[in-house]
Write a protein that binds this ligand. Structure first.
Ligand SMILES: [Zn+2]
Length: 90
């Protein structure tokens, strides 16, 4: 097995990350996997665009929702930190 030091991601990596996104935003993803996902996101433009869109969508839905408890606060804060979404905070 060859260990590379650069951060090239295969489509398989991204696929796996994206399948975990729903659990992630639901706060149901294991902490270790959250870190793995966030690390990948920080380095992967493709996935970041997907998460960015998803995050903004969730946030906008929350704004319209009378019961805004879809996204746990700690996840929301991490999401904002990763996505640089502070501008969307009230
Ligand atoms: Zn990716």
């Amino acid at each position: 097995m060859i260990v590379t030091t650069d951060h090239q991601h295969t489509a398989g990596d991204c696929q796996q990350m994206l399948t975990q996104l729903n659990d992630y935003v639901d706060g149901e993803l294991a902490p270790a996997l959250c870190i793995e996902l966030e690390t990948h996101m920080a380095d992967c433009e493709n996935c970041r665009v997907v998460l960015d869109t998803l995050g903004k969508t969730i946030y906008l839905v929350k704004q319209l929702d009378e019961e805004p408890d879809e996204l746990p606060e700690d996840v929301e804060q991490r999401l904002f930190a990763v996505l640089d979404l502070e501008e969307y905070l009230p």
